[in-house]
Design a protein around this ligand. Structure first.
Ligand code: ATP
Length: 251
């Protein structure tokens, strides 16, 4: 279980997060919503180790994750996607997927030099896993295209696939549906549910309330760095503070 305890982050005196605590469970999709600037991305950055909080802690299965060390947090099984996809645009789709895989035996120079067969087999297995993932994402026909030639929505799907290549226990998604056409959003929804079905913990930041209502088991609402409501999507939709601070904003 992913536990966030009393996390506070200030930027030049401005509190982006103010004593936030929450928990996210394996096999469940937790939605994180709130108006612009409410602290959602900052919270994701704290969990992913990109920002060390001023106070508070993040633990996975009771073990603290190293604050401010994204590489070590990733090694603990936390993967993420970004609001703007981070892809190697000139590499092909499948090459991007293969970069997403961690801890390949072939990555060690000693293995490469002394046991080239092991490296080759690992590479082949990685390519196979990457292709299988692309098939799940409906992107297999684009495997050999440069990632930069994909539409924005396809790039977001690819980013999800890349994040999954490391077999993460926890996956953090920052606005996957933003600017994506409804057909690809549907594909994302199917994929998100499958991730949870595999027992992964999914944390989803999203402004698309239909997607939130469709996929989330629970929703946490942030406003000005603090949690103002939590519950099922239906519960939070009816919460008066949420309607005032957030849903009212987009109504
Ligand atoms: N690196 C930074 N330096 C200074 N202030 C920051 C930094 N990152 C975030 N902030 C501020 O912290 C607050 C929370 O920002 P954050 O990006 O976490 O909000 P958000 O809910 O993700 O917003 P959005 O929905 O627009 O992505 C905002 O006031 C923002 O201006």
């Amino acid at each position: 279980m992913l536990l966030i305890r009393d996390v506070t982050v200030a930027f030049s005196g401005v509190r982006a997060l103010d004593g936030v605590s929450l928990e996210a469970r394996p096999g469940r999709i937790l939605g994180l919503i709130g108006p612009n600037g409410s602290g959602k991305s900052t919270l994701l950055n704290v969990i992913a180790g990109a920002i060390a909080p001023d106070s508070g802690a993040v633990t996975i299965d009771g073990v603290p994750v190293p604050a401010g060390r994204p590489d070590q947090v990733a090694a603990r099984g936390v993967a993420r996607t970004f609001q703007i996809s981070r892809l190697a645009r000139r590499l092909t789709v499948i090459q991007n997927m293969m970069v997403g895989r961690r801890n390949q035996p072939g990555e060690s120079l000693m293995t490469l030099l002394l046991r080239p067969g092991v490296s080759r087999r690992a590479e082949a297995a990685c390519a196979q896993a990457a292709y299988a993932m692309l098939q799940r994402l409906g992107l297999a026909h684009l495997a050999n295209h440069p990632a930069g030639s994909l539409s924005g929505g396809q790039q977001k799907l690819l980013s999800m696939g890349m994040a999954l290549m490391s077999e993460p226990r926890v996956i953090l998604l920052d606005e996957p549906a933003a600017g994506v056409n409804p057909v690809l959003v549907e594909q994302q929804i199917v994929f998100l549910k499958a991730m949870a079905g595999e027992g992964r913990t999914v944390l989803l930041i999203e402004h698309n309330m239909e997607m939130i209502a469709d996929v989330c088991d629970e929703v946490v609402v942030l406003d000005a760095g603090a949690i103002i409501a939590r519950g099922t999507p239906a519960d939070v939709r009816q919460d008066e503070r949420v309607m005032r601070s957030y849903l009212g904003e987009v109504a």
